[in-house]
Structure formats: structure tokens, C-alpha cells
Design a protein around this ligand. Structure first.
Ligand SMILES: [Zn+2]
Length: 675
């Protein structure tokens, strides 16, 4: 099952150390508040107004917010670690050798530039040498291992009906643009985006040695095949319902679905362990892919395959490829300048060797005291959710009992893994950056494939320790908080609990609530897709969820573009539930200790007011319009403004805290409440 991130960690949006924003406080500060705004009219504007006046989107960014700010700080720490272990020191331990050589081979721009396209030549030759479509499948398998997403996806994941076991999964894939909508919609913006892809592919094919006309023809073949794949794909919103991607079948059935896929040949080439059944997440896609593999010529399929090899490598080849890739990013996200090389190389190292670099990162940054205070808050939030479940009026005692069992079974992970990933079999060499990059991808792909038909590793982490994010995993029924997010403004040791419950408390509540949102509620305490709801309670849930979907579906993200209320439903449900239970937990804590700092008025603000201000602070955000537009299509999260205003409109507690009156914008006339 896909993980439920706190926000979308989009690869195009890596931050830069920005002098422009250095005057802005990292944590909570009343200086961010715009007191000329009425909090009951627009609470986001009230809590972030002065921040918004001062914050600038750095030229090499597509947006700026708490996540990018913290990410940038973490990147500077990682850079320090990596620079220290770069070089020829023979006494380095194996971890430092790997991360040091990976990073320095990436930073060695001279060697990278001198090699031009040569490092990827053997991969392109492999595609060029293909003689028939059966042979092509073997090359696709190889390309998947080195990291392409050509045609379709093959991976391992927990069995939806036996979450203790990993099984094989086949899924739709094969696109270059961020979403199927980009190929299908005929709005001027989407037509323009398709042109950007064609321009980019033409440029890269030219750099790879094709004459201009041939390069342009090749680019159009890519667009044609990807458009066919997009038409075959299921849309993002439908895929949110796990029932729609639950199609376990015998291997024979999967083979019959798409004979042109030569499944047995593919599985052998990809090195899959043997299995008799698998989940085909979207069978219709494979039926249509079968037709595409039949109707397109071998030459066209080879053009498409070589494009995906080039697309994978372009950011890591010589300067002309890097520039072509950046221009395409700029067209998609509005990012004005390319990031400095060290930023790109830090990210690449985190991607490739995240648990090796992460080990060094937590040694420097994460103390045992942080973990203890987090654990205490997790327990407080779990108790609050339990009381919230007990208190809701629309659920029968029978379903409440089941919900309580699920809540009690939620596991938590804080900071970093107990057991670090072993990279000893991965070769990292100086002066061979693309080789390192492809070998690291292959190492990771094989690790994934090897999990098929084996018990799920419950200790595994889906994010690296420096990551500024958090997630709920329905298959493991667990909430996970990497060390990277346990810093101000989310978690601030210097701040009172009102601010921290508005920040990290709400994040914990958000992740817990995912276990009970429209998706999470379909999984049982063991992580199996099993209905534990009475039909009446399920209907009550759906009625309440559709109120949330309608509310957020009416919000305008950019220009005339509205949010997709159904795509963002799970996240909005989690934001609303998270806010409510975090405030409950704060009240309980203060009731136990009325002398606590958080119980007092500070800077003229009451406890509850500071809770909401802490919440608002976390979501202060600026985005370039191009980037915002893209996120509306692909991101299940609402923009910062609505993550704040959309929630407080639903909370009578907010109305009371700020003495708002009926009819004011932050007092929802038809307030929605699921949890
Ligand atoms: Zn979430």
C-alpha cells in the first residue's frame, strides 16, 4: 500500500540555503502574525501574514514553507558530513567510503562533463541491439532495475489480504509528465505542458546524437506512446480506494491478460523469486498495454525505451543534458534557477544511500531526550483519539469497539530505524558517478524484488532519517516520524506545549487519523483490507466524508483552478481529526498540571489561541503558480492556506478561542466533522 505522507515530497522541489529568508524565525514567533487581519475572517492570513510579506521564494525553488526551510537546514548538515568523508583517506570505515565516494563522484563535475554521454552509452546500445519484441521485454526488465519507469511498474508490497507477506505487484506507469491528466486534458495549460515534453525530448535526443528531424520525430513517438499509456491508466482519485487496485490473480491469468508482455520472460530477467499469484493493480491497463505493444512497431517501442534511459540519466550527465533537464523543470514548476550542484549531490546521496548517510546524520542531530518527549506526545494523542472515538455520536458501540482495537494496535517509529540497511554489497567507486547512480538504483530494485513471497520486514522504514515528513502505513498499521521533522517549527524544546501540540501534536494526530480516513478505515488492525464496519456506520462515515470533500472542493487553489475534494479527502480528514484530538490532548495535559507554562497567557494569547497559532505557523507557505497548478493535479494534500482555514472553519473550539461570530468566514455555516 502506498504510504500517506504528511506532504508531497516532490522531487522537483528541492530547496536551497536562501539568504533571502534568513531573517525569518525558524520556529514559532508572534512576529509572523498580521494583526491588521481579523482572525475570524482569514486565520491563515492572520497567523502567517507578516511571514508572507517577508518570505521570498528563492530563485532555485518552486515554493517556500516550513518543509523547505527545514530541509535546507538538514541539507547543510548532510553537506558537512559528506565533505568531511570525501577524499582518499584509506582509514575511512565502509559507510564513510560509500557516502563520501558517491558524493564526491557527483561533485566531480569536470569528470562528468568530460565523459559526455559515454556513461549511458552501453545502456542505449542495449536497447538499440534489440531484434524482436520478446527480446525487448528482457531489456525493459533490465531498465526497470536501473531505475526507469518505462511502460509499467513491477514491485513488491504487502498482500492486501495477508499483510504479513510481501507479494509481487504489477501496476500502471510509463509516463514522463507528472500525471495522466497532462496527456488527456485539452486545456491550454496542458497542451502547453505536452509541448514542453516534446521540446525536452527533442533536445535530449539531439544531444544523444540524432539529427534534428529524427530527434523531433522520436519525441513525437514518445508523446504518442505515453498518451496511449495515459489513456489506459486509472486516475489518481479512483486509485485512492484500495478496492480499485485489489486484483490478486494467478500468474497464468496475469500472463493471459497481456500475452505480449511475455511475463515469464520478464520475471526471469528481473530476477524475481518464483510465485504462483500476484496483484495486478489495474488489469485494464495491462490489457491496453498489450494492444500498445502489438500495434506499435519495434522501432517505435525502442525509441520510447531509449527515451526513458535518457530521461533517467539526463540530470546526471554532462552540462548540456543537465541544462535541458532543468529547462523542462522550469517549465513545469516555475523554478527560475538551477540548484547549486552540491544540493543536487546531497539529494542524490540521500536517495541512493539514505540509511548510511542517515546513520551519520542522527549521530550528529538526534538525542534520546527528543525521542522520549515525542513518545509521551504520541501516547497523549492516542488517548485523545480513543476518547474521540468513544464520544462520536454517529457510530455504533460495535464499530467503536473495533476502532478501539485498531487504535491499540497502531505501532510507532520515531527518529530512525532500529536496524540499519546493509549496503556492503553495493559498489561505489570514485570518478564514476553515473555508474554509482545506476548501481545504487539496481541495488534498491533488487532489494525490493527479493522481498516477494517473504514475510514483511516490520522494522523497515519508508523514509530516510533527515526527511522532513511523516507517514502512516496502512499495511503495517504504523505511524512514522523521521528525525528530520522533529525540529522547529514542528517540535521546539524551547516552546510551551500549546505551540508544540499545534505543531508536531497535530502531525501525530494527522497520522493517527489516517488509520481511520476513507482509505485507512478499510484496513483492519493487522493491516489487511477487511471491512470491520457495520453497514449503517459505514454509511454515516461516507455522509460525513462527503461534507469534507464538498468543502475543500470549493476552495480555489490558483486562478480559476479548484481543489479536487475527492483526491484530497484523506488528507483533509486527517488534518481535521488531527487538530481536534491534539487540542483534546493539550486540554487534558493542562487539566493535569494547571501551573504548566502552556496554561498561562503568553504575549496576550490564551492557551487555545496559541495552539491555533502554532498550527497556522507550520503551514505558512508560498508557491509559484505553475507549481501550485501542478500540485492540484497530483498532490493529495491541500495548499497551506486551506490546511489551516479549511480546518478551523469546522471547529467550534476555534470559534470560542477567538470569540468569532456566526456568519464570519472562519465559522463554517455547515461545519463538517468526521472525527
Ligand atoms: Zn497525511
Amino acid at each position: 500500500m502506498k504510504l500517506h505522507f504528511l506532504f508531497l515530497p516532490f522531487v522537483l522541489a528541492l530547496p536551497l540555503f536562501a539568504q533571502t529568508n534568513s531573517q525569518l524565525p525558524q520556529g514559532f514567533s508572534i512576529d509572523n502574525i498580521d494583526k491588521s487581519v481579523n482572525p475570524c475572517v482569514d486565520f491563515y492570513q492572520y497567523s502567517c501574514g507578516n511571514w508572507l510579506k517577508k518570505a521570498e521564494i528563492p530563485p532555485d525553488q518552486s515554493g517556500w514553507d516550513s518543509f523547505t526551510d527545514l530541509h535546507e537546514r538538514n541539507e547543510a548538515i548532510m553537506r558537512g558530513i559528506l565533505e568531511k568523508v570525501s577524499g582518499d583517506d584509506a582509514t575511512r570505515d565502509p559507510i564513510n567510503q560509500k557516502i563520501g565516494d558517491f558524493y564526491s563522484s557527483c561533485m566531480d563535475e569536470k569528470t562528468v562533463d568530460a565523459k559526455g554521454i559515454e556513461p549511458v552509452k552501453s545502456e542505449l546500445d542495449r536497447v538499440a541491439a534489440v531484434k524482436d519484441k520478446t527480446e525487448l521485454i528482457g531489456v525493459i526488465a533490465h531498465d526497470h532495475l536501473i531505475g526507469t519507469n518505462s511502460f509499467f511498474d513491477f514491485d513488491s508490497d504487502a498482500d492486501l489480504h495477508n499483510a504479513a507477506m510481501d507479494i509481487a505487484n504489477l501496476d500502471q506507469s510509463g509516463l514522463s509528465l507528472p500525471d495522466r491528466d497532462y496527456y488527456i486534458k485539452d486545456t491550454p495549460k496542458m497542451v502547453e505542458m505536452r509541448k514542453h515534453l516534446v521540446d525536452y525530448a527533442t533536445k535530449v535526443f539531439t544531444l544523444a546524437g540524432q539529427p534534428p528531424q529524427q530527434a523531433a520525430d522520436s519525441a513525437h513517438i514518445v508523446l504518442r506512446i505515453e498518451t496511449a499509456l495515459a489513456n489506459a491508466a486509472m486516475d489518481r482519485t479512483l486509485r485512492r480506494d484500495p478496492k480499485n487496485i485489489d486484483h490478486k490473480m494467478e500468474r497464468d491469468q496475469a500472463r493471459a491478460l497481456a500475452p505480449n508482455l511475455y511475463l515469464d520472460h520478464y520475471l526471469e530477467a528481473v530476477g524475481s523469486p518464483s510465485f504462483s499469484s500476484l496483484n495486478v493493480r489495474n488489469p485494464e491497463f495491462f490489457q491496453k498495454l498489450n494492444g500498445i505493444l502489438d500495434s506499435e512497431s519495434l522501432d517505435a517501442l525502442k525509441v520510447y525505451s531509449s527515451w526513458h534511459v535518457l530521461r533517467l540519466s539526463a540530470p546526471w550527465l554532462s552540462e548540456p543534458f543537465v541544462q535541458a533537464n532543468f529547462q523542462y523543470r522550469r517549465d513545469l514548476t516555475g523554478q527560475a534557477e538551477i540548484q547549486p550542484r552540491w544540493k543536487r549531490c546531497v539529494s542524490a546521496t540521500d536517495d541512493a544511500l539514505g540509511e548510511a548517510l542517515g546513520q551519520r546524520y542522527v549521530e550528529l542531530t538526534f538525542g534520546a531526550d527528543g525521542k522520549q518527549r515525542m513518545l509521551k506526545m504520541v501516547v497523549a494523542l492516542e488517548q485523545a483519539l480513543g476518547e474521540d472515538i468513544d464520544g462520536v455520536t454517529w457510530m455504533s458501540p460495535e464499530t467503536k469497539k473495533q476502532a478501539r482495537i485498531k487504535l491499540a494496535a497502531i505501532n510507532n517509529k520515531i527518529g530512525y530505524p532500529d536496524k540499519w540497511r546493509d549496503y556492503s554489497k553495493l559498489t561505489i567507486a570514485q570518478g564514476d558517478f553515473l555508474g554509482n547512480f545506476l548501481r545504487a538504483n539496481e541495488f534498491e530494485s533488487k532489494r525490493e524484488v527479493d522481498k516477494i513471497e517473504k514475510p514483511v520486514d516490520r522494522a523497515e522504514w519508508g523514509m530516510t532519517p533527515p526527511t522532513v515528513n511523516a507517514y502512516y502505513n496502512p499495511s503495517l498499521n504504523e505511524i512514522v516520524f523521521p528525525a528530520g521533522i522533529l525540529q522547529p517549527p514542528f517540535f521546539d524544546k524551547e516552546m510551551d506545549d500549546a505551540i508544540n501540540f499545534g505543531g508536531i501534536g497535530l502531525v501525530i494526530g494527522h497520522e493517527l487519523t489516517h488509520g481511520f480516513d476513507d482509505q485507512g478505515r478499510q484496513f483492519d488492525p493487522q493491516g489487511n483490507l477487511r471491512d470491520w464496519w457495520t453497514p449503517g456506520d459505514a454509511q454515516e462515515f461516507k455522509n460525513r466524508a462527503s461534507c469534507v470533500a464538498n468543502e475543500y472542493g470549493s476552495f480555489v487553489a490558483v486562478d480559476d483552478l479548484k481543489l479536487n475534494g475527492k483526491l484530497t479527502l484523506g488528507e483533509n480528514t486527517a488534518d481535521n481529526g488531527g487538530a481536534r484530538i491534539s487540542l483534546m490532548a493539550l486540554h487534558k495535559e493542562i487539566a493535569q498540571d494547571p501551573t504548566a507554562k502552556a496554561a498561562q497567557k503568553i504575549d496576550g494569547y490564551t492557551t487555545d489561541q496559541r495552539f491555533f497559532l502554532g498550527f497556522g505557523r507550520v503551514w505558512c507557505q508560498k508557491r509559484r503558480p505553475e507549481y501550485q497548478r501542478m500540485l492540484v493535479s497530483v498532490d493529495p494534500h491541500s495548499p497551506g492556506k486551506y490546511r489551516v482555514d479549511g480546518v478551523v472553519e469546522n471547529m467550534p473550539e476555534f470559534e470560542q478561542a477567538w470569540s468569532c461570530k456566526a456568519g464570519q468566514p472562519m465559522v463554517g455555516a455547515n461545519a463538517c466533522r468526521v472525527w
